[in-house]
Design a binder for this molecule. Structure first.
Ligand SMILES: Cc1ncc(C[n+]2csc(CCOP(=O)(O)OP(=O)(O)O)c2C)c(N)n1
Ligand SMILES: CC(=O)[C@@H](O)[C@H](O)COP(=O)(O)O
Ligand SMILES: [Mg+2]
Length: 642
């Protein structure tokens, strides 16, 4: 396993003996403690080479070792919520030899993934799903399925997602034996917000409600239904310092154990062994941990080293490529601040992504006008609807992928009531290393089919500024604008956003025979393709649709009238912009007259993680592929193309 020259001693001697969790069963507790230290170093070393989610994994190193030492995966199902903390788990479950391929093309996923390993019983990427899955696994066992224990490991941030409570409610009612490890590091990506966080803090910061010895006895009775004799003394020791009884979790039907030091294997191992031997119903173990634990540069970062580029192992300094243009996120944040300076009704809403959406910057300017609701997209949407119904102008900034979770709220609470909530949809399109779970593929399709919604996509970062102004001005119905992860094109920026005429696109360049009708940020690739075509003597028209809804029907009919063919392109799945154009032109009867329309949309597939460029290559939507498509549409044979 180790790559070291033969004469050099391994720095990971215990880890070198562990390929699979079964190899941990013969290790003494002392060796398991050593294993945790080696696992932490291996995790840091690997992420320094790959980049990725670092802090969460470092916070669960001891929990990972303890769970795999005590339980019997893959028969027992260890379900990691979000999955961003699973790198140590991957190292211990047969994937150490590939750990330096994390998040790379053909490499390991950055999350748990069923197709990757039997030790990943449930895939993740989005949060707050683990307890529901564990209730499912434990119920399947009750129904006779060949499966072991179900253990959900969920963070304090993920616990703010409503689904987690739906699952606790159901699990507590069913009373199946199952385990929830609440990994409480007092951190989400940003510091956690809300009353729940305060409640969890109170569980361990207030002095215990009852005499601890009595508590220990009571607790032991609660989760150890058999009368126990020799175990009692150890259990009392183990439970020393834990506040028991009367918690919210107990009211929901779970035996609450905690708080326990989630980095202390001497506590964790006997606790889990006892629970494994004796628990009958649902148990929640409240473990206190530190995000970034054991690697100073991560620990000292405000977000506990949540995610990182590749970095220098000794200093923690990240290796980031210099940027040539501002990121779309930054452009959005600055444009919104500028609008909000002129309109005091504008507020920002984020679901636990203040940094990622740029609303942190907005909040620094307008502390009372920025709301982080926690990982609670459904609530974020309906909260925004409530604000809008009262005349406030909410910009609900949610990544495309996470907005999926709030869809019924968008339909039922926003669209049907025609409330002017403005959706700022970041990370639209393929995002790269986070892969399929985080791809922003569906928002255009699921928004543009809603009556009265105004649906826009920014072709470049200057357009984004205008779309922020447009959304601010739309006061009688919902609106949305999407923009991708990463840098803009480097175009000239306007001083201030100017509201666009609703449903009006723009012609960027005039050509003959064929028009490319672009919706969103593939525009840069379209322009590259048109340059390549120009070098062949082919000049195409390029238009930026700006709006999927309402469509610029006049412009589209003009393109039809002046060309032989149109090619549409968008960074989204089928059912989006192209479908609206197709339907419109079909109803206009233009195909009856033989007009040629083709569309480039994301393929009907979930594209694996790789660089965004490579993912778009797989999707067939890069400049060269656009050029090839145009040539094909113009019936220019391969021979003529050379
Ligand atoms: C539905 C959803 N919304 C937002 C996110 C983005 N996200 C990923 S991890 C994370 C914080 C999770 O905090 P916590 O569960 O406490 O885990 P920790 O990182 O602290 O270990 C957030 C907001 C997500 N993955 N899924
Ligand atoms: C795990 C998770 O969901 C987030 O951390 C996500 O990876 C953030 O993505 P960005 O890097 O695009 O903000
Ligand atoms: Mg946390």
């Amino acid at each position: 396993m180790s790559d070291l020259p033969q004469n050099q001693a391994s720095t990971t001697p215990v880890l070198d003996r562990v390929r699979l969790p079964a190899d941990m069963k013969g290790l003494s507790d002392r060796e398991l403690i050593q294993l945790a230290g080696e696992l932490r170093r291996e995790t840091v070393a690997a992420v320094s080479e790959t980049g990725g989610h670092l802090g969460a994994g470092l916070g669960v190193v001891e929990l990972t070792v303890a769970l795999h030492a005590v339980f019997d995966a893959p028969r027992d199902k260890i379900i990691w919520d979000v999955g961003h903390q699973c790198y140590p788990h991957k190292i211990l479950t047969g994937r150490r030899d590939r750990i330096r391929t994390l998040r790379m093309e053909d490499g390991l996923s950055g999350f748990t993934k069923r197709s990757e390993s039997a030790y990943d019983p449930f895939g993740a990427g989005h949060s707050s799903t683990s307890i529901s899955a564990a209730v499912g696994f434990s119920t399947a066992r009750e129904l006779g399925a060949e499966t072991g224990d179900a253990i959900a490991v969920i963070g304090d941030g993920a616990l703010t997602g409503g689904m987690a409570f739906e699952a606790l409610n159901h699990g507590g009612h069913l009373k199946n034996r199952m385990f929830v490890v609440l990994n409480d590091n007092e951190m989400s990506i940003a510091p956690p917000v809300g009353a729940l966080s305060t409640y969890l803090t109170r569980l361990y910061s207030e002095s215990p409600l009852q005499d601890l010895k009595e508590v220990a006895k009571g607790a032991a009775r609660a989760f150890l239904p058999e009368p126990f004799k020799e175990g009692a003394k150890r259990a009392k020791e183990m439970l020393k310092g834990m506040a028991m009884g009367g918690t919210l979790f107990e009211e929901l039907g779970f035996t609450y154990i905690g708080p326990v030091d989630g980095h202390d294997l001497e506590s964790l191992l006997p606790l889990l062994r006892t629970l494994k031997a004796r628990a009958r119903g649902p148990v929640l173990i409240h473990a206190l941990t530190k995000k970034g634990k054991g690697y100073a540069p991560a620990e000292s970062r405000p977000d506990g080293g949540h995610a990182t580029a590749k970095f220098n192992l000794a200093t923690g300094e990240q290796k980031k490529a210099p940027s040539n243009a501002p990121s779309y996120t930054k452009v959005f944040a600055e444009a919104l601040i500028s609008e909000a300076e002129r309109d005091e009704k504008i507020v920002g809403v984020t679901a636990a992504m203040p940094d990622g959406t740029g609303l942190k910057e907005f909040g620094a300017h307008f502390p009372r006008r920025m709301f982080d609701v926690g990982i609670a997209e459904q609530h974020a949407v309906t909260f925004s609807a409530g604000l809008a119904a009262s005349g406030i102008k909410p910009f609900c900034a949610i990544y495309s992928t996470f907005l999926q979770r709030g869809y019924d709220q968008i339909v039922h609470d926003v669209a049907i009531q025609k409330l002017p909530v403005r959706f700022a949809i970041d990370r639209a399109g393929l995002v790269g290393a986070d892969g399929a779970t985080h791809a922003g593929a569906f928002d255009t399709a699921f928004l543009a089919n809603l009556p009265d919604f105004v649906v826009m996509a920014a072709g470049d970062e200057a357009e984004l500024v205008h779309m922020v102004a447009t959304a601010a001005a739309i006061d009688d119905r919902p609106s949305a604008f999407r923009y991708p992860r990463g840098e803009g094109m480097g175009v000239d920026m306007p001083q201030q956003g100017v509201p666009l005429e609703i449903g009006k696109g723009r012609i960027i360049q005039e050509g003959v025979k064929l028009a490319i009708l672009s919706y969103g940020a593939r525009l840069s690739e379209v322009l590259k393709a048109s340059e390549a075509l120009r070098a062949r003597g082919i000049v195409v028209t390029v238009a930026d649709a700006r709006f999927c809804k309402p469509l610029d029907k006049d412009m589209i009919l003009q393109l039809v009238a002046e060309h032989e063919a149109i090619l549409t392109i968008e960074e989204g799945a089928i059912g989006g912009f192209a479908s609206h154009v197709q339907n419109f032109l079909m109803e206009e009867g233009v195909f009856d007259r033989g007009f040629r329309l083709r569309s480039m949309v994301l393929p009907d597939d979930f594209i694996n993680h790789a660089s965004p460029e490579k993912m778009y290559q797989v999707a067939g939507m890069n400049a060269a592929q656009i050029e090839a498509k145009v040539l094909e549409m113009m019936d220019i044979s391969v021979a003529k193309r050379a």
